[in-house]
Design a protein around this ligand. Structure first.
Ligand SMILES: Cc1cc2nc3c(=O)[nH]c(=O)nc-3n(C[C@H](O)[C@H](O)[C@H](O)COP(=O)(O)OP(=O)(O)OC[C@H]3O[C@@H](n4cnc5c(N)ncnc54)[C@H](O)[C@@H]3O)c2cc1C
Length: 273
């Protein structure tokens, strides 16, 4: 939709050219959310796409994903064979309620900064121990785990004028075995529960719960737990904080989460790849 209160668009091509942050500003990434509803408090957009960041950089430390990397670009990433967690990338890219228009322009950083419970890039990067690089306005930067960044629906640790620059996925996480489960109430609907399990070479197991809760939850074990132990940990950890909106009732989200948790346990425990 047209954003009628916008009277300026900046297109910086380097960090030095970023304008001084002021009230009424918003960073524009893919614009799929920004242009989907009225933004009456906004007067200026600062386009991040003109900064020209390399979308994906793989090296011996892991994968660097630029915040401006689109879902379509991420989906085409061809991982080294040793990165056995990489099928998770495509699985999470497909967990969007998204037409081809969203798919081609929505960005990884935009999805994380939106901080919706059904943000599949939050699920992916949380499950793979992703770390956000945040640029402070002017200069300076800080790093934060995606798991700690998202606080709840449309709520996160981003400070005024801060930019999500990139997400780093460490090599250790990319070489874990993974299991993925996702459900929506409707065909290609927004996720009601998106659960990911990872198992490292020493047997440590992590379950990441997203979409069924307002923010990501993670449950860590030194070895695969029993089913009852796992579901008890989930229930006590989430403590009734199941998400409630038109995409699913809390009781249904809890049932699906516990069911998927047991399936993931069986899959990773069975040695299947
Ligand atoms: C039909 C439809 C279906 C959708 N389905 C889903 C879905 O299934 N799951 C879901 O999570 N969302 C969904 N969305 C919402 C939205 O499209 C996605 O969250 C998308 O990933 C947002 O990315 P974007 O690059 O388009 O962000 P934008 O719309 O450009 O920006 C979103 C917000 O993040 C801020 N922002 C963006 N990038 C940065 C950055 N690098 N640093 C700091 N701030 C930044 C912007 O200022 C803005 O406030 C849907 C939207 C539509 C219209």
């Amino acid at each position: 939709m047209d954003l009628n209160t916008i009277n300026a668009i900046e297109r910086p091509t380097s960090r030095d050219m970023l304008p001084t942050w002021r009230a009424g500003d918003a960073y524009l990434a893919g614009g799929t959310w920004l242009f989907s509803e009225p933004q009456n408090k906004l007067t200026r957009l600062i386009d991040l796409s003109t900064l020209g960041w390399e979308p994906l950089q793989a090296n011996d430390k892991g994968l660097e994903i630029a915040a401006t990397c689109t879902i379509a670009q991420l989906d085409t990433f061809s991982a080294p064979p040793a990165w056995i967690a990489s099928p998770l990338i495509g699985q999470c890219c497909r967990a969007f309620l998204a037409s081809f228009k969203i798919w081609n322009v929505a960005t990884v950083g935009g999805n994380i900064c939106m901080s919706l419970p059904a943000g599949p890039m939050i699920s992916l990067t949380t499950a793979l121990d992703g770390e956000l690089l945040l640029w402070a306005p002017g200069s300076g930067q800080r790093r934060m785990r995606v798991a700690d960044f998202v606080k709840g629906p449309v709520s996160n640790e981003l400070r005024p004028g801060e930019i999500a620059r990139a997400i780093h996925l460490p090599l250790a996480a990319l070489t874990r075995r993974t299991a993925f489960r996702q459900v929506s109430l409707t065909n290609i609907g927004r996720s009601g529960a998106l659960i990911i399990g990872t198992l490292d070479q020493k047997g440590a197991f992590v379950l990441t719960v997203t979409a069924s809760t307002p923010k990501p939850y993670q449950f860590r074990f030194d070895a695969l737990p029993g089913g009852n132990e796992l579901t008890a940990r989930i229930d006590s950890g989430i403590a009734g904080n199941w998400f409630d909106d038109i995409h699913g009732l809390p009781a249904w989200r809890r049932d699906m989460t516990l069911h998927f948790a047991r399936e993931i346990l069986a899959e990773l425990g069975g040695g299947a790849r």
